[in-house]
Design a protein around this ligand. Sequence first.
Ligand SMILES: NC(=O)CC(=O)C(=O)O
Length: 306
Amino acid sequence: MASSFKPEQARVPPAFQLPIPPVSKFKIGLCQLLVTADKERNIAHARQAIEDAAKRGAQLVVLPEIWNSPISNDSFPVYAEDIDAGGDASPSTTMLSEVASLLKITIVGGSIPERCGDRLYNTCCVFDTDGKLKAKHRKIHLFDIDIPGKISFQESKTFTAGETPTVVDTEVGRIGIGICHDIRFQELVMLYAVRGAHLICYPGAFNMTTGPLHWELLQRARAVDNQLYVATCSPARDVGAGYVAWGHSTLVGPFGEILATTEHDDAIIISEVDYSQIELRRTSLPLEKQRRGDLYQLVEVQRLNS
Ligand SMILES: NC(=O)CC(=O)C(=O)O
């Protein structure tokens, strides 16, 4: 198939520019949730976990990928919600909006199956402290895998891929969003870094085959290459589920260091993010100055249709 890329649609992004965040030090809460087939219970459980995290001081709370539904192509259409319609058409995001404004916290709302017309997306909503929907990221790289005898999953059977990278300004800094498989594509986070992201949040559900080898490796690679914070949030492991999640939600600092993590059970991680560490790491190890832009460059494609 001929490529639709045209050189006039490309531009070289400017160098890193780190905006001054409204707060430079805050607590983050990663809610690793056990997800069941009972959607109402999943919503109530997520709400309780968010409230607990906020009580423990979290100003930013992150939820897992697909936290209101089992992870299966049969379930996605059944559990999908019309996020744009809101209200009763989207009980999951209505809850997130309510609880964000009630507790005055920022929420990176994991992801849920979204229905939009006749399409389904794997979508992450970000709510600010007023409960306003600040951003909606639709998973860009769908997870299709076939390792015989280990794992076979074709997300593209039900979901349509998103078309837009997402960077959002919040009260806890500039956040880039990716969902699970998006973490494997380094160009996306490089783009987020040049757009000045302090933190990348990846709601994700790696599995028992790729999780042990790649989950931590990818988070640390994204953080150390770009000298920024990376937070991941997984569903808790349910060995009886059709898709068994690896768990191990984690916060990684800008030197690639693991700041907080957990095993695979239902858990809330509370940890501190300190953006002064980004400047410190970038000053002592100035990758941006050392980068050989004369030899290679990241080119951003301008989507004419978006
Ligand atoms: N579930 C995903 O989207 C990605 C994943 O598990 C992987 O290994 O990649």
